[in-house]
Design a protein around this ligand. Structure first.
Ligand code: PLP
Length: 482
């Protein structure tokens, strides 16, 4: 772990890998970027990747694979039932989580679908540190609802709290008392809490929550999709974990939970997902859903190649050299933006860099989607595509009014081992320019608004000609072609 020592001394994130395959990128001139974002309905999900310079939309399925992962793909055993690949993956999953039964699924939300269908009944309430978009939707579709019991500090965007993902134990006790054990199918902890800025959960908190759940006989479910970054932070920020290996921390977390599920698009840096449990009755209940919705029990909708890659990816997820790249690059990115006074979420988390849009573009009305407007502006001035994580990612209130998000963020995801430090510097530099010219950014309004998860495919337009003005000012400062 010599790199960690070096990093601490020099503040320079140091790659413990080299790049042997490259993909050519395209940086369109600004006029074409304006045209592309207009055609995409000002929704970065609808951009074509060939129009994007740095794809910072998500880390879902976009992390760089290792040579060992690519090598493993060549020995994939293609068969519908009983593939040797499945048993290799199953063994690695069992080893990583220390649990007996593995249910494969095609991605994280597919696990959520199976879990919600199995466990959630109409009227149920699921307490959790924070919701994730697809999790909440699956629970809602089964007639349940979500109650968030994060600590108050969780949504203080500027903070020194190393574990903003922790559950507030008093709120948990209170919720159990108010809702009643019979209406709580499970408590959910999301590791590396996505929507509040990739903020980690401490091992101590997982233990405390587990104890309370056991006392009340309530199942504890862990969403381990973002556990790799979380494990990095447990190791470097939590005294309790100082003398433990990454594999030991993962097992210790897992031991506290009855059910764990993960997206292998994140954990494992491949494609796929799965659920693990120790309870055979629970396993039996869920496994019947797999052939209906996913595929046979020995592939669950995954390709055997991706399963082989996931098996190696899980092994590599316990190697500090392989998991440190993301959080350390994000910390460096955060340091650069802080030096430009750009409001960001601190401490920096995993997954990506999170900009506080409510502060960056506070002059835009909340109903005109501050984060969405900012993420469109960032694409226009840099060619980088981020993701809106604010009011637009919420669903409207039953009366049709906007549900204003507690955090209004723009996320610039850093897929692991994909970008270089000079690319980070480039985007930091463009953000500095945009921050100086932020008054030029205006709001957005819907032209096509889907009822469910509108952020994925909804289309918007600017509320004025602010984008043309932004482009004009950019050209004044940088010239025509950038
Ligand atoms: C991405 C993600 C999911 C969903 O996983 P997919 O494989 O993209 O469907 C679930 N939970 C969390 C915390 C995630 O970050």
């Amino acid at each position: 772990m010599s790199n960690i020592k070096f990093y601490k001394e020099s503040n320079l994130p140091l790659e413990m890998h080299k790049v042997r395959i490259v993909q050519k990128l395209n940086l369109l001139p600004i006029d074409q970027r304006l045209k592309a974002i207009s055609e995409a309905g000002n929704n970065t999900f609808l951009l074509r990747n060939s129009d994007v310079y740095l794809d910072m939309l998500t880390d879902s399925g976009t992390n760089a694979m290792s040579d060992r992962q690519l090598g493993a793909m060549m020995i994939a055993d293609d068969s519908y039932a009983g593939s040797a690949t499945f048993y290799r993956l199953e063994e690695k999953v069992q080893k990583f989580f220390g649990k007996k039964y593995f249910i494969p699924a095609h991605q994280g939300r597919a696990c959520e679908h199976i879990l919600a269908k199995t466990l959630v009944s109409p009227g149920d309430v699921v307490p959790m540190n924070y919701h994730f978009t697809t999790t909440k939707t699956h629970i809602s579709l089964c007639g349940g609802s979500v109650v968030e019991i994060f600590k108050d500090e969780a949504i203080e965007l500027v903070s020194n709290n190393p574990f903003k993902g922790d559950i507030d134990l008093n709120k948990l006790q209170q919720t159990i008392k108010e809702v009643g054990v019979e209406h709580i199918p499970f408590v959910r902890i999301e590791m590396g809490t996505n929507l509040i800025g990739g903020q980690p959960v401490s091992l101590q908190n997982v233990k405390d929550v587990s104890k309370i759940c056991k006392e009340h006989n309530i199942l504890l479910m862990i969403d381990a999709s973002l556990i790799t970054d979380n494990l990095y932070f447990n190791k470097v920020r939590e005294p309790l974990c100082q003398d433990m290996s990454i594999a030991e921390i993962a097992l210790e977390i897992s031991k506290c939970a009855d059910i764990i599920y993960f997206s292998a698009r994140k954990l494992g840096s491949a494609k796929g997902g799965g659920i693990v449990v120790d309870d055979v009755a629970l396993y039996d209940k869920m496994k019947v859903l797999v052939p209906i919705y996913e595929g046979f029990l020995t592939y669950g909708g995954m390709s055997t190649r991706e399963m082989e890659a996931t098996a190696i990816g899980l092994e590599e997820a316990t190697d500090m050299d392989m998991i440190s790249h993301g959080p350390e690059f994000i910390a460096e990115f955060a340091r650069l933006l802080t030096s430009y006074n750009i409001p960001i979420v601190t401490p920096p988390g995993g997954l990506g860099l999170h900009i506080n849009a409510r502060e960056f573009v506070g002059h835009i009305k909340e109903e005109e989607y501050q984060s969405a407007a900012l993420v469109a502006a960032i694409y226009i001035v840099s060619g980088a595509r981020g993701m809106e994580r604010g009011t637009l990612s919420e669903e409207r209130n039953p009366d049709g009014s906007e549900h204003i998000a507690s955090c209004e963020l723009v996320r610039l995801a850093l897929p692991r081992r994909v970008f270089t430090l000079s690319q980070i510097r480039y985007i930091a530099d463009r953000l500095a320019w945009l921050y100086d010219n932020r008054e030029l950014i205006g709001g957005l309004r819907f032209v096509e608004e889907p009822d469910v998860m509108r952020f994925f495919i909804g289309r918007l337009e600017p509320t004025s000609n602010w984008q043309e003005k932004l482009v004009a000012k950019f050209k004044e400062d940088f010239g025509e072609s950038l």
